[in-house]
Design a protein around this ligand. Structure first.
Ligand SMILES: *[C@@H]1O[C@H](CO)[C@@H](O)[C@H](O)[C@H]1NC(C)=O
Length: 375
């Protein structure tokens, strides 16, 4: 009887969940390698995924840079009737933007573009937005419209419509970005979409969660709660640390076979679905890569021999008294050009390499992140 009640309660909650299937597209690295352009691109746009977390200067912000390996996207509809876009669901930024038909950059040619004249619910705004990159920038205007996400409609959502985009955006598999970090991070200055969804009563709980599969299909963004079909065991919750704008947590240490190899005496890390790898200060990352028998090239890529994978150790992240263990199958990235580790230099970020192993829940009301072993 008790379990029947628990089951009923669970069904009641899980019924209001919105599920947005994510696809793992071809990464910019793959695309550019195929076209023989990758070396040229990374010389022009050095790999610095952590740049989006650098402090802002007065006139620009740096919410993103060239991360050649982000691949996951889902589809949303903008306007009435909806125009559809592939977006990167990014827990490391807070704005929604897509290309507009006024975009004059070649990067926009390979993407869907929003036509505000074709939407009966679009409201123009006088604000402009400006995103600076390592090299070049993307800029545009803002407006408000209805966003269709899964089966619900979020009304009066601020969004950015780009008119200029940096060249590298032409090779990413998504058209735009949907930010899932906190309102203070927003450079468009409006309420981020997840907050609006909650304020408009569209979801049962102020929580979203992400399951990243290593296959092309099967990944899922769940809005309004968590879904036990994507993890085993329980969710281990971690309070946010010094949290204001980011999904920021404290890591106590990172160990291999009981030896501290990085983050000695604790460190602070951002949980970011918009970063492909795990990033940390170069001393720590060099040390981890050294334990794995890898050394980094000038771009931070640390190559290893694919045949050595089964000899490599688990890497354990000790967080809030829990141990989250990453096996080589999780942290080694295979591509046509060989194997490399999923550890790159910068400031601490737990990106897709971590999130594929651990289903991640983001609890907005309680300022917590939860991790569970992904199925
Ligand atoms: C935008 O939509 C308007 C109204 O439907 C249409 O007349 C116009 O041709 C569209 N522009 C483009 C570039 O598709």
């Amino acid at each position: 009887m008790k379990s029947a009640l628990v089951l009923l309660a669970f069904l009641a909650v899980s019924q209001g969940l919105l599920r947005i299937p994510l696809r793992r597209g071809k990464s910019a690295r793959q695309l550019l390698e195929e076209r023989g352009l990758f070396e040229e691109y990374r010389r022009k746009f050095p790999y610095n995924p952590a740049a989006k977390f650098l402090p802002r200067n007065e006139e620009s912000v740096v919410p993103m840079t060239f991360d050649p390996d982000t691949t996951y996207y889902g589809v949303i509809g903008i306007g009435t009737p909806p125009q559809f876009f592939k977006v990167l669901f990014d827990t490391g930024s807070s704005d929604l933007w897509v290309p507009s038909i006024r975009c004059t950059s070649s990067a926009c040619d390979s993407h869907a573009k929003f036509n505000s004249s074709a939407s009966s619910t679009f409201q123009a705004d006088t604000k402009t937005f400006y995103i600076s990159y390592n090299s070049g920038f993307a800029a545009g205007s803002t407006g408000y419209d209805t966003i269709k996400i899964s089966d619900i409609y979020v009304e009066h959502q601020v969004l950015g419509l780009t008119e200029t985009e940096a060249a590298f955006l032409g090779s990413v598999p998504w058209d735009g970005i949907l930010g899932l970090a906190f309102p203070d991070m927003s450079l468009e200055g409006g309420t981020p979409i997840f907050d609006n969804m909650w304020n408009q009563g569209k979801i049962p709980q102020n929580i979203f969660s992400i399951y990243l599969s290593s296959s092309v299909e099967g990944s899922m963004l769940i809005l309004g709660g968590t879904d036990p079909s994507y993890y085993t065991g329980i969710i281990n919750w971690v309070p946010l640390y010094h949290a204001t704008n980011f999904w920021n947590i404290q890591i106590q240490s990172i160990t291999i076979n009981g030896n501290t190899v990085a983050c000695s005496g604790s460190c602070e890390a951002v949980v970011d679905s918009g970063t492909s790898v795990i990033i940390g200060p170069s001393n720590d990352i060099n040390n981890i890569n050294g334990w794995l028998g890898a050394s980094a090239n000038e771009y931070g890529d640390a190559s290893v021999s694919c045949s050595n994978m089964n000899l490599m150790p688990d890497i354990v992240f000790n967080i809030n008294g829990y141990s989250f263990s990453l096996p080589p199958s999780a942290y080694i990235m295979k591509s046509a050009s060989g194997c490399r580790t999923g550890f790159a230099p910068g400031t601490w970020i737990l990106g897709e390499v971590f999130m594929r192993q651990f289903y991640t829940a983001f609890d907005v009301s309680n300022n917590m992140v939860g991790f569970a072993q992904a199925v």
